[in-house]
Design a protein around this ligand. Structure first.
Ligand code: MIC
Ligand code: SF4
Length: 747
């Protein structure tokens, strides 16, 4: 049986193996290594022979753990069930966090979710028990927070079926977001394959002061690097400023590296991680890490001459960092707080804030909530209450119970704050906003990480802005986006006007320890092989998978263009969440949301009819092609954004560029992800085009393909397409999916 915990024995063994593999790679490379390289190469499946060219080759890695959340684990486990493998090969956990809808507050919302999602939770619980997977029940917390509190450790490697898995980088782990099919590979005992990343070094100097917080580091970086800037790159932080930031603060920064499209973000092992491990009852891991600091930090030469070792170096001086606000609609539209008021006027953003929200997997640490409490107490001293509804999503039961015990929650509630379940809630559209008429243009501010249109409440006219929790708290008090928390005055109920002072530095670890809570955890039995996994035939929520058909050996000839998407097309546009989350285990049903959020380049409108048209083609035995713009598939790891198109008959997706996880999800599911060799050819695609792709029989790594666009007026354009498939991925395409290849090959 696999132990689920990251026990000292388990971690010691990993450090030994890392050292062995690194010795081999060091011999081959003969140069100093960055921290990223140490963890990556320390987890190579084939250190002797691996092709290590950054940005070019694919690495075969052996992650130490897998984590999955309920909205993605359903499809992952349905695929794992198809692979017919008795038990997960590495320690794996499932976390029930995405399916709880925020409505009336923590208790009622959690109990309603238990009722409404019973069938899905039962499936996840029994499948976890059967396959030797640790199961965290609804209400226990959000995946990344629970992983940080219990399983992450410096130098480890983890993959998770959620794009914010890199949160564990705050504790020095190489943690990456993947689609369910990648998780299935690792759970089945195969290596995880990922593009060998470029490494971007971020040097932090100085120390955060005043209102500036770890969140502002990543908000600023989002503005600098943009949502594409981290694609196939790892962000490695270093410098004196890095060690001045708490472990949970580092978690916030690493978490939101997902917004840059980064493979992950890492921080070197330091005293803050040591303290966090001890505060979470893992002193033995802290001792072990201390013994292995050479493995868990970059070689000294790297810090001395960073530009020699990193593809790019960005320097951020924490001492002069101004708090930032990003949004709306994209996390890289960053502005210093002092420029927000002018932007409100210039862009006609609704000034009145309709709701302020803090917490989530990104920002609900003890430090965050304590700084928020400092801000609200200043207002309370003047008899003030929040001017807007003020919602708090704690990241875990550990954090909720601790801030309840230490009084911060009570303080936040006393100014009108409402505590939601320890779950994703409004961050993923699980938010019943009865007060808002659909279609109303309105402003919300959050301390979350995502702000795509319609993301939080299903309303595309909601403008979501992201800032640190302490800044969001200040906005909640003022109720206006044009309010500058650093300077402007508030009017107290006592008749006095006052200016907020910057919250005092707050501890990231409670003086009296965390309230450790493992009630929400269910360990798998020693032998789960007799446990049956039931999926009712007529279930609306779950559906067993049928393997996708293999490639028929022919070129794609004159396939209809289903949709040409324009501009940002995130996985939230391709497979919207919110109400659709309930179908995450039912491929047929969820496919009715396919591409409905994508903006049709010919009409400028969303595409509600895309699923029906695709079904029509399917009934006629026709496959189709989708065309997209830059960074297509940005955002979430949800593989539904690849499985639904595959299920309805998509043969290829042709775009200007892809986001990493989505490109890999398409490959896994047997769809060809292609890019225009000449990005301007995007403009040649016209409404009603029939698209052919030639050269499939000789498909080979690096080979270009040719396509023709036959236009409705009889004209034709011939264009060149690129692809990044390696030999193994070509085999997936030919077999119909990666899963078809794995099946029967189990360990
Ligand atoms: C997100 O933040 O977008 C999600 C919801 O957590 C997703 C996962 C999902 O769609 O289930 C992610 O980040 O991967
Ligand atoms: Fe949940 Fe939001 Fe974090 Fe995704 S980003 S895991 S939806 S809290």
């Amino acid at each position: 049986m696999n132990a689920i915990e990251s026990s000292p024995e388990f971690v010691a063994q990993i450090y030994t193996e890392m050292a062995e593999r690194l010795a081999i790679v060091r011999k081959r490379l003969g140069r100093p290594l960055t921290l990223t390289e140490k963890i990556l190469f320390g987890h190579l499946d084939n250190p002797d022979t691996a092709d290590l060219r950054a940005g070019e080759s694919y690495l075969q890695l052996r992650p130490d753990r897998v984590a999955m959340q309920d909205a993605t684990a359903q499809m992952a486990l349905l695929q794992f069930a198809q692979a017919d493998i008795p038990r997960a090969a590495v320690p794996t956990t499932v976390h029930c966090d995405h399916l709880i809808q925020a409505r009336e507050g923590a208790e009622k919302d959690t109990s309603r979710a238990l009722d409404e999602n019973r069938e899905v939770y039962e499936f996840l619980r029994t499948a976890s028990n059967r396959y030797g997977i640790g199961f965290w029940k609804p209400g226990a917390g959000i995946i990344h927070q629970v992983v940080l509190e219990h399983y992450a450790f410096p130098g480890g490697m983890m993959i998770g079926t959620d794009s914010h898995t890199p949160n564990a980088g705050g504790l020095g782990m190489f943690a990456s977001g993947v689609g369910g099919a990648d998780a299935v590979d690792v759970m089945a005992g195969f290596p995880w394959e990922v593009k060998s990343p470029r490494i971007i070094g971020v040097k932090l100097t100085g120390k955060l002061v005043g209102w500036a917080s770890p969140k502002d580091v990543i908000l600023l970086l989002c503005g600098i690097l943009t949502v594409k800037g981290g694609t196939n790159a790892v962000i490695e932080y270093f410098g004196p400023g890095a060690s001045s930031i708490s472990c949970t603060g580092k978690g916030t920064i690493a978490n939101m590296g997902a917004e840059l499209g980064a493979t992950t973000s890492v921080f070197p092992f330091d005293a803050s991680m040591d303290l966090y491990l001890r505060a979470t009852e893992r002193a033995a891991l802290a001792d072990l890490a201390a013994k292995h600091t050479a493995l868990l930090t970059a070689d000294p030469e790297v810090e001395r001459d960073p530009s020699k070792y990193f593809a790019r170096v960005v320097t951020i001086d924490l001492s002069t960092l101004e708090p930032h606000l990003v949004g709306p609609h994209t996390p890289d539209l960053a502005r210093p707080i002092s420029e927000v008021a002018a932007a409100v006027v210039k862009e006609s953003y609704p000034d009145q804030i309709s709701v302020a929200l803090i917490g989530s997997c990104t920002n609900s640490s003890y430090e965050d909530i304590s700084r928020v409490t400092d801000v609200v107490q200043q207002a309370k001293a003047h008899g003030m209450k929040a001017a807007t509804p003020f919602l708090v999503s704690p990241g875990s039961e550990q954090i909720r119970a601790t801030i309840a015990r230490d009084g911060q929650l009570g303080e936040i509630e006393s100014v009108g704050g409402q505590v939601l379940a320890n779950a994703c809630g409004p961050c993923i559209g699980q938010w019943k906003r009865d007060e808002l008429k659909p279609g109303t243009r309105n402003t919300i501010v959050t301390s979350f990480n995502r702000n795509f249109p319609a993301r939080n409440d299903g309303n595309k006219d909601t403008l979501a802005f992201i800032a640190s929790p302490e800044i969001v708290a200040a906005y909640a008090l003022a109720g206006r986006l044009s309010f500058n928390p650093l300077k402007d005055t508030l009017q107290g109920r006592d008749g006095k006007t006052f200016t907020l002072t910057a919250p005092r530095p707050a501890p990231d670890l409670p003086a009296n320890g965390f309230v450790r809570d493992r009630d929400g955890y269910l360990a798998p039995p020693a032998d789960g092989s007799k446990i049956a996994i039931e999926v009712a035939k007529d279930s609306k929520r779950l559906q067993l998978l049928t393997p996708f058909a293999p490639w028929d050996g022919k070129d794609f000839v004159e396939l209809p263009l289903l949709l040409k998407a324009k501009g940002k097309c995130t996985t939230d546009h391709i497979s919207p969440a919110g109400p659709w989350l309930r179908f995450r285990g039912h491929l047929d049903n969820i496919s009715d949301n396919m591409l409905t959020g994508a903006i049709n380049a010919f009409t400028g409108e969303a595409s509600p009819s895309a699923p029906a048209t695709a079904r029509e083609y399917k009934s006629m035995g026709l496959r189709f092609i989708v065309v997209g713009d830059e960074n297509y598939g940005e955002g979430s790891s949800r593989e539904h954004a690849a499985m639904s198109p595959r299920f309805l008959g998509c043969a290829a997706v042709i775009v200007r560029s892809f986001a990493r996880i989505h490109e890999s999800n398409l490959k896994k599911q047997g769809i060809l992800p292609l890019t225009f060799a000449n990005p301007a050819d995007y403009d040649k695609v016209r409404e009603g085009d029939l698209i052919s792709v030639f050269g499939l029989a000789t498909l080979a790594p690096g080979a270009e393909l040719t396509a023709t666009l036959r236009h409705t007026d009889g004209g034709e354009d011939r264009i060149a397409l690129r692809q990044t498939l390696n030999a193994e991925q070509i085999a997936w395409f030919k077999a119909g999916s990666a899963l078809n290849v794995i099946k029967g090959q189990g360990r």
